[in-house]
Design a binder for this molecule. Structure first.
Ligand SMILES: [Mg+2]
Length: 173
């Protein structure tokens, strides 16, 4: 098993094929916030994010936010969206994934996570046994602690490309 490999790779949440999620029997979509839905230093959500969440929900898939960031950031961001928020989620550790699935009453094979990082989002989702969706980061800028992980990501992408497993920027949709 390739621990950092996503099941589905998109340029942006905006290009995600919601029908594909339905075909995969996904009933709960967990969304990372920073550099997945908005730039990490953008405090508020926007029309595109609201529209996306509404589209997913109208396909019968429940949505929650799951971020390693602190409550003051995530709640300010998520307030207007009316979805459940899991802050300081400690991805890649599995406990918040387990809690979210329990809260929503959804099994791992019906749960997906969309995120922009291999070492938190993809590793965490794969360890939790859920479907993983990787998106390119919204901006190149990153928080200081993320910068180190991006260096490690480059090694993983390089290795995966050499092995023919996946190629950075070679999106499914
Ligand atoms: Mg992120």
């Amino acid at each position: 098993m390739h621990l950092f490999k996503p099941d589905y790779y998109v340029k942006s949440f905006k290009y995600m094929d919601i029908n594909r999620l339905k075909k995969m029997n996904i009933r709960l979509l967990l969304c990372d916030i920073d550099n997945t839905l908005v730039a990490f230093d953008e405090p508020h959500s926007n029309e595109g994010v609201r529209f996306f969440i509404e589209m997913v929900q109208s396909a019968g898939i429940q949505v929650a936010l799951m971020s390693n960031n602190v409550k003051s950031r995530t709640e300010k961001f998520g307030q207007a969206l009316g979805v459940r928020i899991y802050s300081f989620s400690c991805k890649p550790f599995p406990f918040t994934f387990v809690k979210a699935m329990k809260d929503f009453g959804v099994r791992a094979d019906h749960t997906a996570l969309i995120g922009d990082q291999l070492f938190t989002d993809m590793l965490g989702g794969n360890l939790a046994g859920i479907t993983t969706i990787l998106t390119a980061p919204i901006v190149e800028r990153d928080k200081l602690d993320t910068k180190a992980l991006r260096t490690l990501e480059r090694f993983v992408f390089h290795h995966y490309e050499k092995k023919g497993i996946m190629k950075r920027g070679d999106f499914d949709d």
